[in-house]
Design a protein around this ligand. Sequence first.
Ligand code: ADP
Ligand code: MG
Length: 701
Amino acid sequence: MALRPTRLNPLFTDITTLAGVGPRIAKLIEKVAGPRLVDLLWHLPSSVIDRRFAPKVGDAPPGRVCTLTVEVLAHNPPPNRNSRLPYKVTCGDGTGRITLTFFHAQKDYLAQTLPVGETRAISGKIEVYDGQRQMAHPDHIVPVSQKEAIQRVEPVYPLTAGLAPKTLAKAVTGAMDKVPDLPEWLDSAQIQRDTWPPWAEALRVAHHPGSEGDLNPNGPARQRLAYDEFLSNQLALALVRAKSRRLSGRPIKGDGTKRKTVVAVLPYTLTGAQQRTLAEIDADMGSDTRMLRLLQGDVGSGKTVVALLAMLSAIEAGGQAALMAPTELLAQQHFQTLEPLCQGCGVSIAFLSGRIKGKAREEVLADIASGSTHILVGTHALFQKDVAFDDLMLAVVDEQHRFGVHQRLELAQKGRAVDMLVMTATPIPRTLTLTAYGDMDASRLDEKPAGRKPIDTRLVNLERLSETIGAAQRAIKSGAKVYWVCPLVEESEVSDLAAAEDRHKHLSQILGESVVALVHGRMKGPEKDAAMASFGSTEPDSPKVLVATTVIEVGVDVPLATVMVVEHAERFGLAQLHQLRGRIGRSDKPSTCLLLYQAPLTETATARLNILRETDDGFLIAEEDLKLRGGGEVLGTRQSGLPEFRLADLAIHGDLLLMARDDTKLILEKDSDLKTVRGEALRTLLYLFEQDAAIQTLRSG
Ligand code: ADP
Ligand code: MG
């Protein structure tokens, strides 16, 4: 980001430039906050300790944090060799005495910090032991001249093991000292109405709260910070979108012939939601602005056929279409679904991924360039440089949340005014949709295709594992296939894998070697596909159980699978569990989902899992999950690609997000290139929140 305003540069330097932060400390700080100064600014305190209360020793109430001024009277080391007993230092003032206790004490250090006969200011919680006042490991011990510095409301930051509160606090202070004066990017009327402080002042209040009340996320300082973050997000999305709109659109209208042919051979009729969505897409494509539409539909809601029918319009109009999926497997599955339908209506369809190389690849590319291939299905290989279309009219992106905003733009640039349809199977609450896509047009497939059997979802204590295996065995005997999903271990892909491998071994011993297959994220693509394909096969000796890590989460279709077991369901996000569950219930036989949990469950965890038992409506599940857990965690995984907010909390600040959306609209109506004085300030805001894609848009005009 070469053009970043220079006054922001200090904030984007490494934390190791701070006094007292060496490589070891830096690693710890990086773990909780991040590697740069700006990350420390965004690392807000989670609570406070009020050290303003400074009574005499004789008045210091047990259980309360006090800041005392005391004379050091005597040192009492523990009797020799008994290092389990504390080192004691007796202190006092005219009104009483207090014993400071230190376990595993370093004598020299104590002799230095608490010399007998000197006066010191100390702060910590008063306890009573054997009828005597004491303080175990005071939080602060300073010369009296520094008393004022500790007698205050102290912010408490989220920490990690090995990182001392003081060390982190000092680093934050160091970062705060580098906060530059920045031009105001908010509208003055709005600041006045909400009595929000300027940005730097808001940060100061957030990091030096004057009281517990200043931690209130709806206090003016925190609101302001949250709003700035939302505004940068909304502005960035709107800029990217405005750019793709400026590449002006052209009306695309099919004559409906190919579409009619395909609809006639489908073994079902389109649901009302599918028809409504298609009408919305047709209207967008038929207009002379570019389409940018989000198609949200639960797993199994039938997005693929909607995408196909939309693509057929483009082909009827004489153009081409592309369908991009996030994984090789999904792309192949789409291709296999679409190929026979395309053949039936005289449309030529091709497949492209990174695995197609050499001559085969050249042929595919040549046919796309000449226009003899109408539909290209594939992975992100579709937007590589050498892929040139004759006339790409419509790009469909499946499971969009795995792709970044700029990838979407790149595909859009592969044609003149390409219309975009973005499909996601993750039901995202409206507020989250807004943060991920901005004010994008959205269609929802909120109606399940007819004939779907509801899935019987049950919560099962992990202790009943062997009964669960028995149930799986019975299901297999009756011809079913079983997904067995292994626990998600947040921090390590390696331990995910170990858990899955162990379970695979265990189940193989009980059910038989050839009965159980394994698939996980560390497998190479072809290996993974082979495992999935053999599980999906209807051959009598094909595997009946697929032990998997969450790689099967997205999109895979095996109708015979009617049982799903999820181990440690409490560790998954609800939306993720819902998506997993969507892998079953795809046949005319009833399906069962067993959510194995580790007892005891917290109240919230129980409530969350019960939502799954009670409803199959992905949108409802997502909304409830947002309420219970807060935005960042809804999807359960960091790799979800949804923006994460450091200062704003979607569960709390949802109304601010809507304000930011409206503000963004007004800003860009008046100043679409951010050229006014306020516009310049808003650019600074974008840099501050590292909205690279948006800034590139502005730079490339
Ligand atoms: P999604 O991609 O939304 O998860 P798919 O497009 O893969 O869902 O559709 C799931 C299954 O439902 C497919 O087997 C598809 O043929 C079928 N399907 C789609 N639309 C309908 C419909 N209107 N009625 C019955 N089945 C349908
Ligand atoms: Mg799909």
